[in-house]
Design a protein. Sequence first.
Length: 201
Amino acid sequence: MSCLISYLLSLISYLLSLISYISSYLVSPAFSEEHLNYLRVCHMVSKVFPEGLRLIFKQEWDKRYKTTLGEWQDTQKNGLDFFSNESKVSQKRNAMHLATIKGGNSAEWDCTTLFYAIRYSSSIYALDPLICSSVDVLRQFRNTYFAHMAGGELSDRLFKVAVRKVESAFQALGLSIAKIQTTETSSSVLEYKEILKSFGE
């Protein structure tokens, strides 16, 4: 009987230790704050930036073509009109972007395609200097802190300075900064598991 009690006590002790270990793993961040900052950047660039840039693209397209080619409504006709506006040189040089744009659905365009469509295409001509500079801030942020960030970590100081520039650019473009602020200040492990999961969609 005493052996059975001793065994049960040992088993209970083991289970309590296991529960404590699992609980600490689930509650504690799986990443350093620097790593979380990089994940925040990933979320901004892959989710928040494209939403804002699509609005700017449609705004600029409609300014130029609303009374001629029609408003941008994500139709294939829109995409073909955009393609037709591009010079032969641009059609050849930017074939990869234009293959996507020709479909007309801007929801399928990533940041790189949107940067091309707004800043470097023949279709969006005579762009306002403030829009140019603000879009460039976003492009530089993407290049510096997302595409070329070795180690996938970003210090708090650099992160905060960079995000202030992004917020200023969004405001200059007339875009809401609510999602930028939410991403910047959020620290929930579960939320960042969702961010990681989103990259596989």
